[in-house]
Design a protein around this ligand. Sequence first.
Ligand code: MG
Length: 214
Amino acid sequence: MLDLTVMPEQRRRAAAAARGWMPEEQGLALYDAAREQADRGLVLEIGSYCGKSAVYLASGAAETGGVVVAIDHHRGSSEHQPGEYTHDPDLFDPVTGGIDTLPGFRATIAEAGLEDHVVPVVGPSATVATWWRSPLAMLLIDGSHHLQDAVADFNGWAHWVMPGGLLAIHDIYPAPRERWQEGPHHIYRLALSGDFSPYRAVDTLRILRRAEHA
Ligand code: MG
């Protein structure tokens, strides 16, 4: 059957206007995947920054009344800190001398009209993983790309993806040359060596499906 559903224009504009590194083509793949999965259970993302990917995921989830849990400590990754190459001075936080992405995140979600469909959890993903107990219909891992952090996110969270559920990993480069490219690539290989199989690929976004018998 031809599927004519498209992401609502207001939300698409809010996502495009948000700070972040999720190109629209990849974001729309997240939207499609979340829309397909959200009536089965929760959608969860690790690494929200200013809410760009959360808008794509939540727009899809909202179509079936679903919810996205958005985990981030909102203090930025190492490359976002003052003096680093992706630092945004607008996000500087004089209290900590670092950055604070939570106000920007909340503004993005409000702008998109998605506050009823996004639940931010403010804290380190590893800390949240210690008490988390709910299966996930879809998981996006896009937090710190350092090898040990990406592996911790995979080990702490991928097992919560329900059989037949989806795991998306952002920033996969075929042959990592920079250190920041190593983490996503490594956990993508880990997923493939476990019970996840390729489902969809759009540029550096990979979506995998967990086996039904997992
Ligand atoms: Mg990313």
